[in-house]
Ligand binder design. Sequence first.
Ligand code: BGC
Length: 732
Amino acid sequence: MAITMIMSACTPKLGRQSVDDVVNAMTTEEKVRTVVGTYTQPATPPEVAPGVTNRADYPGSGENTALSRNQVPGAAGDGYAVPRLGIPAVVYADGPAGLRIDPRREGDSNTYFCTAFPTATLLASAWDPAVVEKVGTAIGDEVHRYGVDILLAPGMNLQRNPLTGRNFEYYSEDPLVSGLTAAAYVRGVQSQGVGTSVKHFAANNQELYRNGINEIISDRALRELYLRSFEIAIKSAQPWTVMSSYNKINGTYASENAWLLSTVLRDEWGYEGFVMTDWFGADDPVAQMKAGNDLLMPGTPNQIDELLTAVESGKLPMEVLDRNVKRILTILEKTPRVQGYAYQNNPDLEAHAAIAREIATEGMVLLQNNGALPLPAGQKLALFGNYAYDTQPGGSGSGYVNRAYKVTLDQGLEAAGYSLEPCLAESYRNHIADEKAQLPPEYFWVVPTASEMEVKACPIEKTAAQSDAAIITLGRMSGEGGDRTATPGDYLLSNQEKQLLSDVSRSFHALGKPMVVVLNIGAPVDLTGVEKWADAILLAWLPGQEAGHAIADILSGKVNPSGKLSVSFAGDFARIPSSRNFGVSAGEINTVRYEEDLMVGYRSGLQVPYPFGFGLSYTQFAYSNFRHEGDQLFVTVKNEGKVAGREVVQVYVEKPALTPGRPQRELCAFAKTALLAPGQEEEVCLSLMPVQGIDTRAQWAGDRWQLAPGHYRFWAAASSADLRCSLDWNID
Ligand code: BGC
């Protein structure tokens, strides 16, 4: 008895004694289990005496016990607990647009819904880190209150090509926009005392063959594009964790890549959190440990066996295992579970819905408007398109959110005081209900949508005569596990959609009535032709559960649109440089060569229908007095129109090239004005050093960043193709 008491008094506990003391008190088996998730091992082992290594003592070992069910059902994974050392099983859950957990639990009448916020591309299209931080804070609050410790978000791979199935989970084609948006999101979530996992590190730019694709990328493109966004987010916001990606980069799996995870991430960038794999990523746990991939998720018995054998044989040095365990425990010390937080499952979903609605309006982009918008109050609207009645808040896959409801566009317009042409509304609603009754129910991996309805029951001419305006909503769904295709109905408009656009446009225009197109999509489509049929085009993205209200807020003019494209709408797919090497390169198996190098998105210099950074407003802004002081640029923006609005100001730099094949101009700073009343002006300040140690004028010079000497020209711009004032500057 006396001996036991002395032993327990000496046992260090995480959060009370130092992490070193805790690691020193761990058995080899406890260490190995700590670096492997508990998908197939119990999250809480039986109380075993130190030194017990017989794996048979762990009931359930080797079975799919899916132990996260014991803690937060629907979470993506759990860590391993060592209760005698005060290490709890922490909970990891998705994902970018809101927390993904199961909304219902067996034998429990309570619900556990989360808020579906606007998806990532919309957030980035707000060009306003402050509003993104607000979303992050609200998501972090739900994570905390629902008993999750680490959120598996944000997703921040670059949108290299419009067909990537997960683009809606990612921010932008530009690393500065992506990095600063992610940093704001991380700051927001982590302000609530829970962690984030920036993912997928790095270059997870396609879903096709994602588990084995070998991406051949130049050092320069990696540094300036694919790693740069992570560098910005990591240096400025220190996410608790980083999730390595599935793919290989230049021949080595990201999770087994010591150059990526140790040399760049830690030695160069000073990263102090821990790295986890993506779910079941790669196949050599020892190589992963050595490379600096500290945690293997969700964890398998084979990984435990292999690691234990490798420690015994000396293939995996104990110092490496200790190092990784220490990194994990150093972060776990901060988690709500170790801090003893008693979660109550009580987030304020109503307040968060209001934030979701407000932010959705900040990132929607008005692509065209000949004066048709805003729609006068109280009009009767002819609402065409399935997506108007079955508006989609987000994409599918791990980025899906189990929300309590979604507001569709028809509901949003009615709530805003518009009436709907009844024949169309009834036909669409019946059609969708009938088809959905035959489709499998929606769950995170698959979101079935009805086929587009043929408008037969309500003749379009008659509808035009009986309504004030037409709205056609076109939609696209995509998700994890597959890419999109450059075919009709996906990247291209289908013949049916074109026919509808042309028929409705003809009938309404014949009566002098406008036709508005709303796009409920997560990534670009080829809009060729739409501009000639439509009076106005509103890109609503996948705007979260308050979709219908938020779209109605813009259409009615309650909110003046201020979003701008965080990704180019380039039209013809074949012209996009990365399209020549998307999925797999010609003649290769499992290899894709990033031959476009730096020429991604607007950097390619292509003239495109809707360029990066473009977006209209119900007012107009004038730019003047572009000047610089040190690393800061200033420009005065004046609202010259009749309604209040916000303007996204961008600065592009033309710099002397150190190596051939550089883009002509690159984004080096951006800012958004406050809401400016008509006639009001603001001097906007833009920093060329948004994060300590990162100069956005620099370029990768073989082995380091360099500010090339020579002549620089800066443009204050309303988009990448709308350059307003310039400033020349020599750097010695
Ligand atoms: C996805 C990750 C996600 C994880 C856990 C993987 O399939 O790629 O983004 O966080 O699953 O759900």
